[in-house]
Ligand binder design. Structure first.
Ligand code: SF4
Length: 260
């Protein structure tokens, strides 16, 4: 079976060649086809996108990754990088940040989006990490989610980029592209995260956030995806704009202020 037929399969959902197959076998076969499509997508995009902003700024150091992830939300990469490097020179570890004045932090990060909320969250999270986690950035999703301003996406980024743990942080790019490629059929990023984690073998989880975020900014953009120059055009059921991207989901009240 060719990849283009896999895509047609994903788009049609009920291929004629499977008529008469029992429903359990059909579901299993469709799932396997999506896994093979995902493997090809990850292979192609991994060759093109080798490092994200959070990886570049974070350098695999958990505190740096945590700060870069929070600062990067709703902010252009070049601004995040400049502000994060300045921030990390001034507040180089959890202890220094825990002792910081919130208004000074807010002033230092005023170029990034949602600076007042991020300043509050960064300082209060640092104080909790100092007291409750012995100054170590937590290593579990549950502990990370207990910190102010940390939602599923931020927790996933810390697990992936600081600790190399298998997780799939899903932002609007990952949500949109996974739907356009027919890997999932969902209405919210959280549904996408659950479906991707159920679909993909764990060895594919780590690169998904990096490659889809960078791909979503460069080629498969929210407005005007560049299908004509897309390296996935031959395997994408939405190539040429026949399919529409999923609507932007409502943000949950809890993490709406930073996009969590
Ligand atoms: S072909 Fe178009 S819609 Fe499909 S992944 Fe590429 S840019 Fe996005």
């Amino acid at each position: 079976m060719t990849l283009s037929s896999l895509c047609a399969l994903n788009a049609a959902e009920k291929p004629r060649s499977y008529a008469g197959t029992n429903s359990t076998l059909l579901r299993r076969t469709l799932r396997m086809d999506r896994v093979r499509l995902a493997e090809e997508v990850v292979r192609r995009l991994s060759e093109r996108y080798k490092q994200s902003l959070v990886e570049r700024v974070g350098k695999g150091v958990p505190y740096r990754v945590f700060v870069a992830t929070i600062l990067s939300q709703r902010t252009r990469d070049e601004v995040t990088e400049r502000v994060a490097e300045r921030f990390l020179r001034r507040w180089g570890d959890v202890k220094a940040l825990a002792a910081a004045d919130v208004s000074e932090v807010q002033n230092a990060i005023k170029e990034v989006g949602l600076a007042p909320a991020k300043a509050r969250y960064l300082v209060s999270a640092a104080r909790i990490i100092l007291q409750r986690f012995n100054s170590q950035i937590p290593k579990t999703e549950e502990e990370l989610l207990s910190l102010p301003g940390v939602g599923q996406k931020t927790a996933g980024c810390v697990l992936v980029y600081a600790y190399g743990q298998a997780a799939i942080p899903v932002d609007t790019h990952v949500h949109r592209i996974a739907n356009l490629l027919g890997l999932v059929k969902t209405k919210t990023p959280e549904q996408t995260r659950r479906q991707l984690q159920a679909l993909l073998p764990r060895h594919l989880w780590l690169p998904v956030n990096r490659i889809f975020v960078l791909f979503g900014r460069e080629i498969c953009r929210q407005r005007k995806p560049a299908c004509q120059s897309c390296p996935l055009a031959d395997i994408c059921p939405s190539a040429g704009g026949k399919e529409t991207a999923p609507k932007q989901p409502e943000r949950s009240a809890k993490k709406a202020s930073t996009g969590g």
